[in-house]
Ligand binder design. Structure first.
Ligand SMILES: [Zn+2]
Length: 119
């Protein structure tokens, strides 16, 4: 049987980490916008502007990724409440413990995941 308490704790820990990362990204983004507003009028360095644009794109990608993980964690916590945690959403078989250990918020067993990836 699946140790629900163990996975719930794993999910809550992961959730706290992701939330912290998101808070950090939000702070960094708002800070970067203010920095630029101060720097552009006095001195125009095209190279610096290019660098900061790239940096921000990376931040947004990271942020989007973290938000997706956060949503997946919340969904997994809901499945724990519904007693459906650890069940594959495609074939309704139990997901292997090793897979849940690696990815506690996964919704599919490895077989269905591979089938889906193949298309
Ligand atoms: Zn499956």
């Amino acid at each position: 049987m699946i140790d629900i308490d163990h996975f719930k704790q794993r999910l809550l820990d992961e959730r706290a980490r992701v939330q912290e990362a998101l808070d950090y990204l939000h702070e960094e983004n708002s800070g970067a916008i203010e920095d630029e507003r101060e720097e552009i009028p006095s001195d125009n360095h095209p190279a610096d502007l290019a660098t900061s644009t790239v940096d921000r794109e990376i931040d947004y990608t990271l942020e989007e990724n973290e938000e997706r993980v956060l949503a997946a964690i919340d969904a997994a916590l809901k499945r724990i409440e519904d007693s459906t945690f650890g069940t594959c959403r495609s074939c309704h078989q139990e997901i292997a413990i090793e897979r849940l250990e690696a990815l506690p918020y996964t919704t599919q067993c490895i077989d269905c995941k591979r089938k889906e990836e193949r298309g």
